[in-house]
Design a binder for this molecule. Sequence first.
Ligand code: DI6
Ligand code: FE
Length: 400
Amino acid sequence: MHCDRLWTDAHLATMAGSEGLGIVERGVVAEDGGRIVYAGPAADVPSFEAADTIACEGRWITPGLIDCHTHLIHAGNRAHEFELRLAGASYEEIAGAGGGIVSTMRATRAASEEELVASALPRLDALIAEGVTTIEIKSGYGLETAAELAMLRAARKLGSGRAIRISTTFLGAHALPPEFAGEADRYISAVCEEMLPGIAAEGLADAVDAFCEGIGFTSAQVARVFAAAKAHGLPIKLHAEQLSNLHGAALAARHGALSADHLEHLDEPGIAAMAQSGTVATLLPGAFYFTRETRLPPVASLRAAGVPIAIATDCNPGTSPLTSLLLAMNMGATLFRLTVEECLLGVTRNAARALCLGHDVGTLEAGKRCDLAIWDVERPAELVYHMGFNPLHARIWSGQ
Ligand code: DI6
Ligand code: FE
């Protein structure tokens, strides 16, 4: 049988099957036309005529990593607010005084599409250097039609300049722009009736998200956004239960959300609803760390209920200026007590599911895209264990 490329003499963490990481000691991956045609034991490999064979010298291969929640596109930074927080101000206080998301909104509206692309590239490259092959990027710092469109177009453009798959999410309901002060319902009408139709018509969003929070939007407002997303055939996700419990996760689950994200204040009915709908719990330890949150997401209950868990960077200028998915895994283990298996499944198989890409990426299985990360490690736990050290040996995207 012909194949384009064969990786031999490797250990595989396939993330497939029901057993842990789906480990294959002494495995082989075969690729043809950008897709995996075999990933399994060397002993069972069909005889391939490979155009190219790469001996991995005992290294580990995992699926390319997936960062399933980022705000990678934004202008400027909030180092000054960081200093204010170090001096004692709270995130909510800063937001209430016109800083926070709205300060990034001002910078983002003032930037051109090209400037948005250029400022996001170094962040994207940092993630790519760690073996990330799929990334989600949200809008939500434009908060008006033209600027939201510019963010999503910039996100799509980023993908044409680098070997990476980009999934875009429309987050118009991220914060209330100042021109709608005191009129959140009217802003939600603009999100649903003006912004979303244009974005959907241009195919600029793969999903729709909202910020369900005291400083964001109520669950009734979020429900209107979900209804509009559904009318345009777009899947939904939600920032829920980060700073308070507005029962957003249960609402999202009732609407069949792909994921509910953050979840520090999630309660038992929310967990049960997520378990029933198969909604992924995306945990964001970078935001927990950076805001010095002390309330832990209910990991043991999520685990007991069988809710799939993903981990992401939440890369954003306000609460998680993090461009390392490896460090996010370390934080997930150290701060949230996730196991090594949970961390690794959380940036591969479950992250793919949170993006509705489970059929295409996230595991090493025949039929999936050949996105690989090849690591200089002796065991998969090293990928979670190191802090600020990158053991990536090679990264393959769609077979290249
Ligand atoms: N939750 C977050 O952690 C970010 N957005 C959100 O809805 C914060 C965004 C920011 O502060 O710029
Ligand atoms: Fe976020």
